[in-house]
Design a protein around this ligand. Structure first.
Ligand code: NAP
Length: 344
């Protein structure tokens, strides 16, 4: 039962590969750079399989699960998913990109036919918020509106920054009457108590605008991120520049700078920092609120992705799945250091 990790020598991929080897999984590390892939394999004592995305289908022999850690995922998911469907391999990734979730949801039937799962978003985005969504729906099955939010540390890896820049010209997104709808960046603001007193928060195009709908069936979804009040104004001014960010050469230049300058949280930060998550579901008459407290975002991602991959190796679901639908909303409570659900 083998787990192939693509993008394994990236910041997140390497942490996941190390954890998977430590947990005794049969790991194959993969990526497009042969020298870096082989060096990592030698360090971890596992198999190396260097390959370009285009030749993925010829490199999945004896692989049961492919975990894609190569982002921005909008550029990597398609050839890897095509290869997985052709070779009966289960596909997981740590994307947080809305368009990728939506594209995979559309391939549900194909995955069912192939007898494999397509399970994106097994990182911080969206495991805790998706589980919170599922939990809130269990508490109030009649809910027709869902709001989710996170208050998390902001030290990012180069790959995460590159992914944010990739979609920065897309503006804001919410779900209204079942449809993903464009709204301006930082469209709505509100004070939210994520679990340590009220914080200023703004709407954010987080993955749950896609996934919480598949987990719960709730048709109206907004996701909020905690930001200092002063940043809200900057985000709104930034709307003026978002069309410029659609200019590909500028986007690539900014991504190159991001990759060079952002090195991701240190081990100490990953061990010490905390994230707070909040969710509210309402049917217009009754409102329920629940919260979660989790380890730092990349620490949570490593644990969640490795645990999800191990579960799929054991007992794969079939078709397109969200984390909470695949493993139940209690999945997040099985991860190290997660506290909750705190219900109101
Ligand atoms: N869901 C979550 O909460 C969560 C958490 C952590 C990370 N992420 C996402 O995971 C992704 C990776 O983050 P990171 O921190 O590991 O970034 P990183 O350090 O820049 O690593 C990116 C990895 O992806 C590979 N890659 C990128 N584009 C590729 C392409 N077109 N073809 C083949 N390989 C490609 C890179 O290989 P090369 O060096 O050869 O380009 C590298 O191995 C980002 O999109 C990030 O947003 C999500």
């Amino acid at each position: 039962m083998s787990l192939l990790i693509y993008g394994a020598y990236g910041y997140t991929g390497e942490l996941v590969a190390r954890e998977a080897v430590e947990r005794g999984l049969d790991v194959i590390v993969a990526g497009r750079n042969a020298v870096r892939t082989e060096h990592l394999a030698a360090t971890l004592g596992c198999e190396a399989r260097p390959f370009e995305l285009e030749s993925a289908q010829f490199n999945l022999d004896a692989v049961d699960v492919l975990l894609n850690c190569a982002g921005p995922f909008v550029h990597t998911y398609e050839p890897l998913v095509d290869a997985c469907l052709r070779t009966d391999t289960n596909y997981l990734d740590v994307t947080g990109e809305l368009s990728v979730f939506e594209a995979l949801a559309e391939r549900d039937r194909e995955a069912e036919k192939a007898g494999v799962c397509l399970l994106p978003g097994v990182g911080f985005d969206v495991v805790p918020t998706d589980c919170l969504a599922g939990h809130l729906h269990d508490r109030l099955p009649s809910a027709d509106a869902l709001r989710l939010g996170f208050d998390a540390p902001t030290t990012l890896s180069g790959g995460t920054l590159a992914s944010i820049i990739e979609h920065a010209d897309g503006g804001g997104k919410v779900r209204r009457d079942g449809l993903i709808t464009d709204v301006p960046t930082a469209w709505r603001t509100r004070e939210i108590d994520f679990g340590r007193g009220p914080r200023h928060a703004v709407t954010f195009p987080w993955g749950d605008v896609s996934t919480a709908y598949y987990t719960t069936g709730i048709e109206n979804i907004e996701v909020y991120a905690a930001v200092p009040p002063v940043a809200v104004q900057s985000l709104r001014v930034g709307r003026l520049f978002s069309p410029i960010l659609g200019f590909t050469p500028l986007k690539r230049a900014l991504q190159m700078v991001a990759r060079r300058s952002a090195s991701g949280p240190t081990e100490r930060q990953r061990e010490r920092e905390t994230c707070y998550l909040w969710g509210e579901a309402t049917d217009g008459e009754e409102t329920v609120v629940s919260r979660l407290k989790t380890p730092e975002t990349y620490a949570l991602t490593v644990d969640a992705a490795t645990t999800a991959a191990a579960r799929v190796l054991e007992d794969p679901p079939i078709g397109f799945e969200t984390p909470a639908a695949a493993f139940t909303p209690e999945f997040v409570l099985d991860l190290d250091g997660v506290e909750g659900f705190f219900d109101e």
